[in-house]
Design a protein around this ligand. Structure first.
Ligand SMILES: CC(C)(COP(=O)(O)OP(=O)(O)OC[C@H]1O[C@@H](n2cnc3c(N)ncnc32)[C@H](O)[C@@H]1OP(=O)(O)O)[C@@H](O)C(=O)NCCC(=O)NCCS
Length: 279
C-alpha cells in the first residue's frame, strides 16, 4: 500500500497523531447516526487500570468510509472478509475490524496498520507485543448493524451483542443451554418478552465464554446467569477451559434499541464506561 493510501484513515473528527500518521477531519459518515444510544466521549479517553471501556460502532457507514477501513486491514483479514457470503456481511466485517484497529491503535499509541494479532487455542485474538501488567486486553462482538469493542488493562474480558429477534426452537435450545432456574423464569415469562429474556441469558453466557477464551469446563446449563441487575455487575466464580477457577463479573449492556449485550470481566472493582465510536 502506498503512503497516500495509508494516510486515508478515518479520524475521530479532530487532528490526532499516532505512529506518524495524522488523521484528518472527515465529514460525518454514519448512515444511521442515531443507531447507538451511547454518548461520544469528549476526547479519546485514557484507560486507567481499573477501567473497562466498551465502544459501540455502527457498521453501515457511507461507502468512502468503508473503503478507508478496508485499507487498514491485513491480507488475512481481507481474505476472511472476501469469504463471507454477502456484500453486506463483507462490508460489516471490514468496518468492525477497521474500527477495532483504530480503537486499539489509540490505546497503544501505534499505527492501526501495524497492529498484529495472534489467536489462542480456541481462536481468541490477542494483540501481539502487548504483555505484562500493562497489556491491553480486548474483545470484539458484531451483530448485523453494530459492533462492540471492550478494552481493559491486563484483565481477561468478553463481550457479546445480539439483535433481539424471535428464536426458532427456543424451548429446545433453552433446555440445552439454560440452567433449571433460568428455564423456569423463562417459562413464567410472557410470550412477548420470552425472546428478549432468552437472548439476554445467551449474551451473558457468550460473554463469559469469550472472557475465558478457551471456554468453560462447566456445561452452560449449569451456569446460572439470572439475577444480573442494571445497577451492579454480578460476580461469578467459574472454571475456565483448564478447570482453574476464575472470578468474573458480568453486566448487561444496552448499546442500541433492538439489541441485547453483555460484558464479562475478570476480577471485581472495575468501572465500566460505554462510548459511541465516531467514524
Ligand atoms: C467464538 C464465539 C464465542 C464467537 O461468538 P459469536 O456470537 O459467534 O460472534 P461475536 O461477534 O460475538 O464474536 C466474534 C469475535 O470474537 C472474537 N473471538 C473469536 N474466538 C474467540 C474466543 N474463543 N474467545 C473470545 N473471543 C473470540 C473474534 O474477535 C471474533 O471476531 P471475528 O470473527 O470477526 O474475527 C462463538 O463462535 C462460540 O463458539 N460460541 C459458543 C457457542 C455456544 O455454545 N453458545 C452458547 C451460549 S448460551
Amino acid at each position: 500500500m502506498d503512503e497516500a493510501a495509508r494516510r486515508r484513515v478515518p479520524s475521530q473528527g479532530g487532528a490526532f497523531a499516532y505512529g506518524g500518521m495524522v488523521g484528518r477531519k472527515m465529514t460525518p459518515c454514519e448512515a444511521r447516526p442515531h443507531l447507538c444510544d451511547w454518548e461520544f466521549p469528549p476526547r479519546f479517553p485514557a484507560l486507567l487500570p481499573d477501567a473497562v471501556h466498551v465502544w459501540c460502532a455502527a457498521l453501515d457507514p457511507l461507502p468512502d468510509c468503508v473503503r478507508q477501513y478496508a485499507e487498514l486491514l491485513s491480507s488475512d483479514e481481507l481474505a476472511r472478509a472476501a469469504r463471507l457470503r454477502s456484500m453486506e456481511h463483507r462490508r460489516r466485517f471490514v468496518v468492525a475490524h477497521g474500527v477495532l484497529r483504530q480503537i486499539l491503535a489509540r490505546y497503544v499509541e501505534g499505527d492501526p496498520l501495524q497492529l498484529g494479532f495472534r489467536s489462542g487455542p480456541q481462536g481468541k485474538p490477542r494483540l501481539v507485543g502487548s504483555t505484562g501488567d500493562h497489556r491491553l486486553s480486548f474483545n470484539l462482538s458484531h451483530c448485523t448493524e453494530i459492533a462492540l469493542v471492550a478494552v481493559a488493562q491486563a484483565r481477561e474480558l468478553g463481550v457479546d451483542v445480539e439483535r433481539l429477534r424471535s428464536i426458532d426452537r427456543a424451548d429446545a435450545i433453552a433446555e440445552r443451554y439454560l440452567c433449571p432456574a433460568e428455564q423456569e423464569t423463562l417459562r413464567a415469562t410472557t410470550e412477548d418478552a420470552k425472546a428478549k429474556l432468552f437472548l439476554t441469558y445467551w449474551t451473558r453466557k457468550e460473554a463469559l465464554l469469550k472472557a475465558t477464551g478457551d471456554g468453560l469446563s462447566m456445561p452452560l446449563d449449569r451456569l446460572d446467569v439470572s439475577g444480573v441487575s442494571d445497577a451492579l455487575p454480578r460476580l461469578l466464580t467459574i472454571p475456565d477451559g483448564s478447570g482453574v477457577m476464575r472470578l468474573l463479573a458480568i453486566m448487561d449492556l444496552k448499546p442500541a434499541a433492538g439489541y441485547a449485550g453483555a460484558l464479562a470481566v475478570e476480577g471485581y472493582g472495575w468501572q465500566p464506561a460505554c462510548w459511541r465510536w465516531k467514524h
